[in-house]
Design a protein around this ligand. Structure first.
Ligand code: SF4
Length: 361
């Protein structure tokens, strides 16, 4: 999502007459479009901003802006404006307030927006001229207890299907051949009588589009009809990223993930049976508060059974605003590291075996 948001910002600023610099040394102003999902990502941004030591005008945009709001000015005095993800369309106006010496009358803080105007997606700016990222829905209403997204990006909103298709058709007319549909929970998409399966079918019919994919799906909105659609649409990539997060029912409940271990493994079986040779990937969090050795061994066992093609494994870090933030972060760091390494090692072996099998096919 952030990659596409950065493209949207570039498109809006280009349209307003600003030049996007490839080499940061040439830039008068640096905008950090940020992510708050993990503490590590935030730490890197603070350290990068600090490294400019006042030599550039700095703007903090995106989830960290929403998260820190006015406090960001205290974190680093060189930050001149703070703009949340729902307010990025205000950036051309904010930049127009700088005088010729790059000075602003006052620091600007814009984090009160809740709806993005759909026109911002029509700026036609893509980093890759053949591959476009296309947002189909914004925000998330799932409130997984470890996740800050619903607090910084607001509730789930679906873009109108006709606007999405128009954006796709224009991108293809300009040379794009590959599209990735984006949303925090893409398969919950719904616009009147167009659900996600229908939207995929409409994309398959776009003349000139060669290939498309989507990212990210939630297990609670996945079913056999969805898998059959993946199988049947010729232009649709046969990959599914289906984050499981934990193999323990107790932890899944604490995470508010809305499915059980058994239900998740049932989805894996259905996907493998329906989409023969399909790629299946996942996300896992180790060291969630109160995770015991038994909980962890259930996650380990689930990974063994599901035989994912790849897995992205994260050590739990507490995020502000979230429900899990109220729980003690009680799994010691060394234990999180051990569990992370164990799952990583298992997944490496599974991925290696899967790639050997596909080479021999
Ligand atoms: S589905 Fe859960 S993890 Fe994903 S963005 Fe929504 S709240 Fe966060």
């Amino acid at each position: 999502m952030n990659v596409r948001d950065s493209e949207v910002i570039c498109g809006l600023l280009k349209r307003a007459g600003y030049k996007i610099c490839i080499d940061e040394k040439e830039a008068d102003l640096i905008i950090f479009n940020t992510c708050s999902v993990r503490q590590h990502a935030e730490d890197r941004v603070w350290s990068l901003i600090g490294s400019y030591k006042g030599s550039k005008v700095i703007g903090l945009v995106g989830c960290m802006a929403q998260n820190y709001k006015e406090e960001a000015f205290n974190r680093d005095a060189n930050i001149k404006f703070v703009v949340g993800p729902q307010d990025i369309h205000k950036l051309p106006d904010i930049l127009s307030k700088f005088d010729d010496n790059n000075l602003l009358e006052r620091k600007i803080w814009e984090t009160d927006g809740n709806i993005r105007p759909d026109e911002i997606y029509q700026s036609g700016f893509y980093n890759d001229l053949t591959h476009a990222y296309l947002v189909i829905s914004e925000g998330c209403s799932n409130f997984c207890t470890y996740c800050v997204v619903p607090y910084v990006r607001g509730p789930l909103r679906h873009r109108k299907s006709e606007n999405i298709l128009k954006e796709a058709q224009e991108a293809v007319a300009n040379g794009v051949t590959k599209i990735t549909l984006l949303g925090q929970n893409v398969n919950a998409y719904k616009d009147e009588n167009v659900n996600f399966v229908k939207l995929l079918t409409l994309f398959n019919e776009i003349s000139g589009l060669k290939e498309f994919s989507f990212f990210t799906s939630h297990p609670k909105d996945a079913n056999k009809d969805f898998f059959r659609t993946i199988r049947d649409l010729g232009k649709l990539n046969k990959s599914l990223h289906l984050p499981v997060q934990s193999g323990s029912d107790r932890i899944l409940k604490l995470m508010n993930r809305s499915y059980s271990r058994k239900e998740y493994l049932g989805l894996v079986d259905s996907y493998r049976k329906i989409v023969k040779g399909g790629i299946l990937t996942t996300d896992i969090i180790v060291g969630f508060p109160t995770e015991t050795d038994v909980d962890f061994s259930e996650t380990y066992d689930l990974v063994k059974r599901a035989e994912f093609n790849a897995a992205f494994i994260f050590k739990y870090s507490t995020r502000p605003h979230t429900e899990a933030n109220k729980l003690a972060d009680d799994v010691p760091r060394s234990e999180k590291e051990k569990r992370h390494e164990n799952i990583l090692d298992l997944q490496r072996r599974i991925s290696k075996k899967a790639s050997r099998i596909s080479k021999n096919d």
